[in-house]
Design a binder for this molecule. Structure first.
Ligand code: BTN
Length: 246
């Protein structure tokens, strides 16, 4: 077991991703090290966003990886792997979830988890990846401007034991990370696409030139999304170049 082989628990932290970066700056923490807190005071989301998490209600943690076996141009494979691990965990709890490109986990049309990956490359290799994961578990009320948050408790009505959830989730991510390490990449690609939110479904999107209808066809190993238009033309997007319109 790599993921969660070492868990650093802190009662309170501004951001587990920031703490992980500090650890890397001052040494080389073991691969799979997790930094976890029950109270994240200034959780970071995708650029420009914060991450809301009520103290003691959810999982907020960061995972340190050294996927040196992956070419930096294919590093989205790691994001696919982590998304699948989270999706496996949610589905184990009898909730059907899907992966919304590029880095959210959805239950129906609501967001249950977000991933923030911060990586560094050097000399053509991945030096490290910090995978920040926030999963809404027991929170019932959300106060931020996030448009559509949902928690496991909302969906199942149950209250969950957080350490048990962390244990289960790390096992799910570990199993997927092993698939990646063993080079079972085709399985990862296939499972990722099979579980992709709104794949092959006509959907409204917005890009620089306005709103349009299209359907998702594919996500490449570098994270590029392919959307087919009704005319048959394909459009290609990297992160933040296109958004879904609810
Ligand atoms: C997003 O959906 O915008 C990404 C959210 C990522 C939140 C997690 S919570 C643990 C880790 N530490 C942070 O500051 N952010 C990530």
């Amino acid at each position: 077991m790599i993921i969660g082989s070492k868990i650093i628990y802190k009662d309170q932290l501004p951001s587990t991703n920031t703490y992980a970066l500090e650890l890397i700056d001052s040494g080389k923490p073991e691969e799979g090290t997790i930094i976890c807190t029950d109270r994240q005071t200034t959780g970071r989301g995708q650029p420009g966003n914060s991450w809301e998490s009520e103290p003691l209600k959810n999982l907020t943690f960061s995972l340190i990886l050294y996927p040196e076996f992956i070419d930096p141009s294919c590093q989205f494979l790691v994001s696919m792997t982590i998304s699948l691990g989270i999706r496996d965990f949610i589905n184990k709890h009898a909730v059907f979830s899907s992966i919304k490109w590029p880095n959210d986990i959805y239950v129906n049309d609501d967001k249950i988890a977000g991933i923030l990956i911060e990586s560094s490359t050097m000399g053509g290799n991945i030096r490290f990846m910090i995978v920040g994961i926030g999963i809404n578990i027991n929170q019932e009320e959300f106060r931020s401007q996030a448009p559509n948050p949902v928690s496991l408790k909302h969906v199942t009505g149950k209250t969950y034991d957080l350490p048990e959830c962390l244990n289960d989730l790390t096992a799910c991510i570990d199993s997927r990370y092993n698939e990646l390490k063993e080079g079972r990449i085709e399985e990862i690609r296939k499972d990722y696409h099979r579980n992709l939110y709104r794949i092959n479904k006509w959907t409204m999107f917005r890009d620089d030139s306005g709103e349009f209808t299209g359907r998702i066809q594919n996500v490449d190993d570098d994270g590029r999304l392919t959307i087919e238009l009704k005319s048959g033309e394909n459009r290609f997007y990297y992160f933040r170049e296109v958004v879904f319109i609810p």
